[in-house]
Design a protein around this ligand. Sequence first.
Ligand SMILES: [Zn+2]
Length: 496
Amino acid sequence: MKIPLTRAERTDYRETSLHKDVIEFVQSLRAQTKEVLVESMGRSGEGQDMPVLVLGATSPEDARRRGKPVLLVIANIHAGEVEGKEAILMLARDMTLGPLARYPEKLCLVLVPNYNPDGNDRISKENRKLDLEKLEGQINPEGGVGTRYTGKGINLNRDYMKLEADESRHLAKLYNRWWPHITMDCHTTDGSIHAYHLTYDSANNVASCPAAPVEYVRGTMLPAISRSLEKRTGLRTFFYGNYRNQDDPASGWETYSPLPRYGSNYRGLTGCMDVLLEAYSYVSFRERTVVTIEILKEIFDYAIAHAEEVVRINDSATQPKTVGIEYGPAEDTGEIEIRAFDLESIRARRFTGTVTPFRCRWYSRFVPTKSVERPAAYLIRSDESAAIRKLRDHGIVLEPLRQEALDAEVYTVESVEKTSSPDVGNETRFETVVRATRARCRVEVRDGDLLVRTDQRLGTVAVYLLEPESDDGLVRWGYFDGSLATGREFGVCRVP
Ligand SMILES: [Zn+2]
């Protein structure tokens, strides 16, 4: 029997795995051990099979019966950021044929090694090419990497609300089926010159989320993991960010968007724990793979040591009474210490030098500019078929209505505008921005109208999707465009 090696290992990190290498690796592993189940989450936009590896349980019910936390790891969502793909394959091997069997003994691991197979195979040396002047790109494997978008030109990490890509709908199904306690999403980031091997984050839209899981991840879990990882390996990690002024670390450290089109913020709305991992572009491909593996192991160890706590916090999370549906820019969170290189190196765009601490303000707190009270339910009109289909794609439960009329809050559309949408995919996209007023009245229920209760598991997601003024809802993504008009009643009303 031959222990499988990833393409990165076989080529001494000169190349990354094509999707066929991923499939061959998985088949070879499957042939040698019964400890890994291989399932399919479906087919990519261009028809490639998307394998899922399951270790430590045979089904979600089996995992729950055994009291094992369920951990989902997603890799290669941006297929130029390939480290997670290599890391997951190596970990799957080492957890079955190698020395890491302790993880599947205590955890259920659901691994998606290549979430963007079509983008992955569009390999080019031009993708994510290093341009330090602009602080863009990465130190690439010689053979190049895939594309940020899918084969059909969609950015999967802006697709969590609109679910346009086949891949996104498959992931929504997988997520709903396993309902993981902790999800890890593997990326690589360029940006400011700092001295961390990897930066991490979690949901930023805290004022929209069931609070306890995200507060636990941000306040307790990630700092503990960062400390123990550095103690064990010397690898430096911290919360994700960039300087406000690229030449001056003291200018402030600012995180990314709170919009739930990003996976981490979406999963925050679901009340499950989430960890965003961003290996650092300016260390080598090998080092990025190593730091991704080591922090995943550290998270697994943490989940084993705190299994009861993690499960309890997730299971007892309560959905917020008030849900932020529109956010402003990041606000000051307090003072922190950033480790970077000396100023001279930063200004010369060199990512080596003396590791130096800098004090600065941290911009990582987002305050909603608009919030709504959670209604008991929403009524959606039967002719809004595009929006109804999307709700079902998310896994949201819709029920037929029996009454003939009910007391509701009805929205009247005041204005409809378009705004351009950045980095959604190959095509220039616009979002629909609606302003609406709300009034109480008795509404007639028509044939085929549906009720969306907000006390369901995805209730907060439903609020964010259905409120007409939401900054990332179904209105924004055009699913109501057919019926929106100034002065007209909006196709969804609130049921208090
Ligand atoms: Zn990314």
